[in-house]
Design a protein around this ligand. Structure first.
Ligand SMILES: C[S@@+](CC[C@H](N)C(=O)[O-])C[C@H]1O[C@@H](n2cnc3c(N)ncnc32)[C@H](O)[C@@H]1O
Length: 345
C-alpha cells in the first residue's frame, strides 16, 4: 500500500469526500482513510484506486501519489524534500513541472509561485539530466497547501469539470427548470453504488439527468415519470447522448411497473417547477418509498434528494431503510436540498 492524496472540489464540505469513498467501495478498491484536510483526502491504497476515480468522480479534481506531507512552512518543506527518492519517477532526459495549489486562505505566508520555483530547483539538484518544461511536461509534481499542512506528490490524474458543464441541463435538447445539474447527478449515482451492468431506476425521471449519468457509467437505465411530455423529453435527451434504455414510460411512482432494481437515484417533485400532481412532496415521497423498498433487495442503495423541510430521513426509516448518509446542499434562500443515501435492510 502507498500514500495517495486527492484534491476535492470546494463546492460542498462533505459530499466530495463521500463520493470518492463511495466509488472506491463500489469498485471494491482496498484502501484505508488516513486523514482529511479542507478539500483533501489522504488514503493508503494501491495504484488501482486512481482509474475508478478518474473515470467516475464529478467532485474530485486531482489524484496524486504522495511523496511527503509536512507542516506548511518553507523550512519543513525543504527538509522533507531532502529525504524523498525521485529515482524511480524521473529519469535522465525527462521533463517535469511543479504546480502548487492553495486551498482557500491556507498558509498565506507561502507564495505558490515561489514555492513552485523552489521545489523545481530542489528536484533539478537531486536528479541529473532532467529539465523543467512548463507547457508540456512528462511529469507533474503537485503540492497542496491546505490548512496548516503541505502535501506533495506526483500527479497521476486530473479530472476536468468541463464534460459535466457540457452536458448540463441547458445543453440538452430537452430542458426543464427542475433538472438536476450533471455534477450533482453523477455524484448521486456514485453515492447509490451504481455498478456497470446494474439496473438503475429513476421513478421521477424528469429530463433524464440521473439516467444520463448512470448510462454513461454503463448501467442499464430505467426511467418513469407521471408526465408524458417529460418521458418524451428524457427519450430525446438519452438519444442525444447515444444512450439506450432498458425501460422508459409514463407511470406513477407509487405503482412501479417493475420488480427488481439494483439501485434507485431520484429527485421527487417539490411542487415548484416540477408538478406534484396536486399532492404535497411529503405525500408523494410517502407513497413512493414502500414501492421502492419492495423492488430492492438487501444491501441495495437508493440516493434521493428532497427539500430539507420534508425530513425525508424520518420517512425512509419508517419504511425500514437504513440511513447511510445525509448531506445538505444550499440552493437558494428558500430551498436547501437534503441528499440522502439509504440502504435496504
Ligand atoms: C424534480 S423533477 C425530476 C428532475 C430530474 N431529476 C432531472 O434531472 O430532470 C420531478 C419529476 O417527477 C414527476 N412526477 C411528479 N409526480 C410524480 C409521480 N407521482 N410519479 C412519477 N413522476 C412524478 C414530475 O413530472 C417531474 O418530472
Amino acid at each position: 500500500m502507498t500514500g495517495f492524496f486527492f484534491l476535492l472540489s470546494g463546492e460542498h464540505e462533505t459530499l466530495p469526500f463521500a463520493e470518492l469513498k463511495a466509488i472506491l467501495a463500489t469498485k471494491r478498491v482496498k484502501h484505508a482513510e488516513l486523514e482529511r484536510f479542507p478539500q483533501v483526502l489522504r488514503l493508503d491504497s494501491t495504484l488501482s484506486c486512481v482509474d475508478p476515480i478518474r473515470n467516475r468522480a464529478s467532485m474530485t479534481r486531482t489524484c496524486c501519489q504522495e511523496l511527503f506531507n509536512c507542516e506548511s512552512s518553507l523550512v519543513e518543506i525543504v527538509k522533507a524534500m531532502q529525504f524523498i527518492q525521485l529515482g524511480t519517477l524521473l529519469q535522465q532526459g525527462d521533463t517535469f513541472v511543479v504546480r502548487v495549489h492553495r486551498v482557500g486562505l491556507s498558509a498565506r505566508r507561502l507564495t505558490s509561485m515561489a514555492l513552485e520555483q523552489k521545489l523545481g530547483e530542489l528536484i533539478l539538484s537531486k536528479i541529473k539530466g532532467v529539465k523543467v518544461n512548463l507547457k508540456n511536461p512528462l511529469k507533474t509534481f503537485f503540492g497542496i497547501i491546505t490548512g496548516d499542512r503541505f502535501l506533495f506528490g506526483l500527479r497521476l490524474a486530473t479530472i476536468s469539470p468541463t464534460p459535466f458543464l457540457q452536458r448540463g441541463p441547458r445543453k440538452r435538447p430537452f430542458f426543464h427548470p427542475s433538472a438536476m445539474p450533471a455534477k450533482l447527478a453523477r455524484c448521486m449515482v456514485n453515492l447509490a453504488g451504481a455498478r456497470e451492468g446494474d439496473i438503475l431506476l429513476d421513478p421521477f425521471c424528469g429530463t433524464g439527468g440521473f439516467l444520463i449519468e448512470g448510462g454513461l457509467l454503463g448501467c442499464r437505465i430505467v426511467g418513469f415519470d407521471a408526465k408524458k411530455h417529460m418521458v418524451e423529453g428524457t427519450d430525446r435527451n438519452l438519444s442525444f447522448f447515444n444512450l439506450e434504455y432498458d425501460g422508459l414510460g409514463v407511470a406513477d411512482a407509487k405503482h412501479l411497473p417493475l420488480k427488481r432494481v439494483d439501485c434507485i437515484v431520484t429527485d421527487p417533485p417539490y411542487g415548484r417547477s416540477a408538478s406534484t400532481l396536486g399532492h404535497t412532496t411529503e405525500r408523494v415521497i410517502q407513497d413512493f418509498l414502500p414501492a421502492s423498498s419492495s423492488s430492492m433487495s438487501q444491501g441495495k442503495r437508493m440516493c434521493i434528494a428532497a427539500p430539507k423541510k420534508v425530513h425525508i430521513s424520518k420517512l425512509a426509516e419508517d419504511v425500514g431503510f437504513k440511513l447511510k448518509g445525509s448531506y445538505f446542499v444550499y440552493i437558494h434562500r428558500s430551498l436547501t436540498r437534503e441528499i440522502l443515501v439509504l440502504e435496504q435492510t
